[in-house]
Ligand binder design. Structure first.
Ligand SMILES: *Cc1c(COP(=O)(O)O)cnc(C)c1O
Length: 436
């Protein structure tokens, strides 16, 4: 297939799959098998010697999962991808891969609550430290926070829950000036709204659980690379070290990951080490469900963005709303960055300030009838949640302040229902919260 010239919507339903290789099945088949027949002793040697590509065992590769990997790589114009069992696995394995020879990661407090919590409380016990810039609106702050052993900068393209946008190109330049990669969690942007590689990202991460899957049914994580970062620059000796598993089986010659997979060293190193030994493999059935979701990605996002605009406008004009944090909002500080990086819109997940007591917030949340009260953003169903007590509830009050999660914050994720019904639902809930 000549994928390079095809448009996004063609790729999202077709890339990475050729029916001729799969008994002419039109839909991607689910390869529900743990293992694969090696065929012959000769073929087994070729497979294990990495001379021939082919599935061996579903923990490290499966044909259904592989279609998903190739599809996301082609949507992001990358060289390769790896699919994992959840977004958190994608984040964790990325951090392990970057810091395998020691070092620390620079990030911001404006990230997914689970990621923030793991960086603060789990990773240090495994020898990986994180630094947090105080103000991610200021690219200079990243420069100042770099240390000699910083091995990467990790940011979210559109932050959770306040839809803040960072100046990706400026941060990418700072990273590259210091020979380290920029890693972008583009879960809220999706490849449809943002191609992070075009703006200097080296690694892109997704929680496919959210907008890519899009129906709230399936967990999954993805890591995509574009093969451009120079891992042999002296800072990442783990990529230059030979590994016995990678040796040339005929000659016995030792090889490293850059020798064997020059275009996809980052995701391959994850596959051969972390996925292989820590084992967060995505199931073939779940890969199939995520592929189903991706087939309608742009149609869903386009509708969500249109509805989000109406809801942002409704909230901005409501007397019980003290602020609306979405780049579409009239007083958003992110309008210029949004115009530059997100010409199609900045998504459907954002938050607002509820002008009322905690008791009134409780009444408001109990009063909605269409919005569901749950944490999984990007679903076909709209959701409402009071983040300080839920999605970011594992943060201490000081950490919440640091991440700008104020007690009045309510997060919305807009689904595919009728915009008018969603607005009417919020409207009656506001009335019930204040008993009028
Ligand atoms: C949900 C989420 C994650 C974690 O993904 P899981 O699939 O739930 O493990 C990571 N990053 C962002 C931005 C998220 O919203």
């Amino acid at each position: 297939m000549t994928q390079a010239v095809q448009g996004f919507d063609t790729l999202k339903v077709r890339a990475g799959y050729n029916s001729h290789d799969h008994n002419y099945a039109v839909a991607v088949p689910i390869y529900q098998t743990a293992s694969y027949d090696l065929g012959s002793a000769e073929r087994a040697e070729r497979l294990l010697g990495l001379e021939e590509a082919g599935a061996i065992y579903t923990r490290i590769g499966n044909p259904t999962v592989s279609v998903l990997e190739q599809r996301i790589a082609s949507l992001d114009k990358g060289t390769g991808a790896i699919a994992l069992a959840s977004g958190m696995a994608a984040i964790s394995y990325t951090m392990f891969n970057l810091t395998a020879n020691g070092g620390r990661i620079l990030t911001t407090p404006r990230i997914y609550g689970g990621a923030f919590d793991s960086f603060k409380r789990l990773f240090p016990s495994l020898g990986v430290e994180f630094d947090f810039v105080e103000n991610s609106d200021d690219p200079e702050a990243f420069l100042q926070a770099l240390r000699p052993d910083t091995k990467g900068i990790f940011i979210e393209s559109i932050s959770n829950p306040k839809a803040a946008i960072v100046d990706i190109e400026k941060i990418a330049k700072i990273a590259h000036d210091h020979d380290i990669p920029l890693i972008v969690d583009n879960t809220f942007g999706t490849p449809y709204l943002l191609n992070a590689f075009d703006h200097g990202a080296d690694i892109i991460i997704y929680s496919a659980t959210k907008l890519l899957g899009g129906h709230g049914t399936t967990l999954g994580g993805l890591i995509v690379e574009n093969g451009k970062f120079n891992w042999a620059n002296g800072k990442f000796s783990q990529f230059e070290a030979t590994q016995y598993i990678l040796r040339n089986q005929k000659t016995g010659q030792p090889r490293n990951i850059l020798d064997v997979f020059p275009q996809i060293p980052f995701t391959s190193r994850i596959r051969f080490n972390y996925l292989n030994y820590l084992g967060a493999a995505l199931s073939p059935f779940d890969a199939f469900l995520l592929l189903q979701g991706i087939e309608t990605l742009s149609e869903r996002i386009t509708k969500k963005i249109a509805t989000t605009k109406k809801i942002v406008e409704y909230l901005e004009n409501h007397e019980k709303v003290s602020w609306v944090s979405h780049p579409e909002a009239k007083d958003s500080p992110y309008q210029d960055l949004a115009a530059k990086y997100f010409p199609k819109g900045t998504g459907s997940i954002f938050s607002f300030g509820f002008k009322g007591s905690q008791e009134e917030i409780r009444k408001f949340i109990n009063a909605v009838t269409i919005f569901s009260y749950h944490a999984n953003v990007g679903d076909a169903r709209s959701l409402i949640i009071n983040s300080p007590k839920n999605t970011h509830g594992e943060l201490t009050p000081q950490e919440q302040l640091f991440a700008e999660i104020t007690p009045d914050l309510i997060r919305l994720s807009i689904g595919l229902e009728d915009a008018n019904d969603l607005i009417a639902d919020l409207d009656q809930a506001f009335k019930k919260a204040f008993n009028n």
